[in-house]
Design a protein around this ligand. Sequence first.
Ligand code: IMP
Ligand code: MG
Length: 176
Amino acid sequence: MKEQIRVMFSEEQVDARIAQLAAQISSDFEGEEIIAVGILRGGVYFCTELTKRITVPVIIDFIEASSYGAGTVSSGQVNITKDLIEDIEGKNVLIIEDIIDTGRTLSRLLENLKNRNPKTLRLCTLLDKPERRIVKVPVDYNGFQIPDQFVVGYGMDYAQKYRNLPYIGIVEPENA
Ligand code: IMP
Ligand code: MG
């Protein structure tokens, strides 16, 4: 399929929203230090742009988990393909994700990280598709709520393409 991208949120809109989120997070963590955990690969652009604007001390780390797998959702079993370098025990952890869809991946990852006894564990996502949720996840910071549409850009891919678009768009067949 030949596809084209229709803009959903422009680079300016995304940047402005990220600045607001960073201000909120900086105020919520006043006097504290944060370990920002970007989720690879989709969360990487959002993680860098967000943390650039956070004014409290930030340590950056990344984790990669393979999405869907067998097993019960509540077991905390998750296939971590690249683990954190930092020890998060007793630390303020801020998970930074591109988009929450069914919530499956993140609920397992949250449970895994919770077992490492951080001081606080919060979740920040650039986009949320609540209509698609199967497993409940506590979202502390959300950039934009969107309907059930497949989006790309700002880290998000379609068959590994378009992650590097500086805006968020919808994939459509060409000439749609
Ligand atoms: P979940 O476990 O179903 O919540 O999966 C969420 C993950 O699926 C996200 O971190 C993305 O990597 C991917 N994903 C979900 N929806 C989209 C989308 O619209 N565009 C690109 N990736 C998506
Ligand atoms: Mg992802």
